[in-house]
Ligand binder design. Structure first.
Ligand code: F6R
Length: 244
């Protein structure tokens, strides 16, 4: 595992954006797996800046987001659909036809999940998957106990996940279920980039990267993948050093 530690969040975000830009330069029609949440906001802002300066081109790229809340319509301000358009898509030259975000509404969510998996496959699989990590070790919305061979499906969110996300987004309420790519789906990506910042992630980062590989720490699954780059700011890496 390639672990890189940066002085601060801004530096980490710049390095993350550079990895995405390099991926697109090497393969303009790359399939990107994208995450939401507070962690990648700086990376998206940097990608927007790079796009404006002509340093990155999304015109042929494909994207598949990790997750979406069940029951939120795509135009709900709390939805990850709105997050992605606000933070990235509307500022850059992504072709909307190549943008994919799981839908949390519809009569047949199970069928939609299967179709989402098929679309990833038809696009050729994910070249670069961007991940954040939850304080309980979740990746996507794969909470502790999620099987490592899980696929895109409807999941129950941990109480802590809902309360942390409500606090962060200042939402008065949030759904308690989501549609999430599975850990198996994530592990099939050719390359994975995990981002974490802030001291509140230090303990779980150490557990995920250095602790036992266990379903109870979903991000520990990344230890079995052959091409993972981990970008941390100093506070998030602070528990790692003592265990190395
Ligand atoms: C978001 C996602 C989640 C977040 C995680 C960390 O699409 O899948 O796993 O990456 O909850 O969230 P933040 O970045 O807000 O700390």
């Amino acid at each position: 595992m390639d672990i890189r530690v940066y002085g601060d969040y801004r530096e980490m975000s710049r390095a993350a954006a550079q990895i995405v830009a390099d991926q697109l330069r090497a393969k303009p029609d790359s399939v990107l797996g994208l995450a939401t949440g507070s962690t990648p906001e700086g990376m998206y802002a940097e990608l927007v800046r790079m796009y404006r300066e002509g340093q990155v081109d999304f015109s042929q790229a494909h994207s598949f987001n990790l997750d979406e809340y069940v029951g939120l319509s795509p135009d709900d301000p709390r939805s990850y659909n709105v997050y992605m358009w606000k933070n990235l898509f509307r500022h850059v030259n992504f072709d909307p036809k190549r943008v994919h975000i799981p839908s949390g509404v519809g009569d047949d969510l199970a069928g939609q999940c299967l179709r989402y998996e098929r679309m990833i496959e038809e696009a050729g699989g994910i070249d670069l998957q961007v991940l954040g990590i939850g304080r309980n070790g979740h990746i996507g919305f794969n909470e502790p106990g999620s099987p490592f061979d899980s696929r895109t499906r409807v999941v129950d969110l941990a109480e802590q996940t809902v309360s942390v996300n409500m606090e962060k987004t200042e939402a008065i309420s949030l759904p308690t279920q989501a549609v999430s790519m599975g850990i198996g789906t994530i592990l099939e990506s050719r390359r994975i980039m995990l981002l974490a910042n802030g001291v509140e992630k230090a303990e779980i980062v150490a557990k995920a990267l250095r602790g036992p590989v266990t379903w109870m720490v979903p991000a520990s699954a990344l230890q079995v993948h052959g091409d993972v780059v981990v970008l941390l700011d100093k506070p998030a890496a602070s528990r790692l050093e003592t265990r190395m």
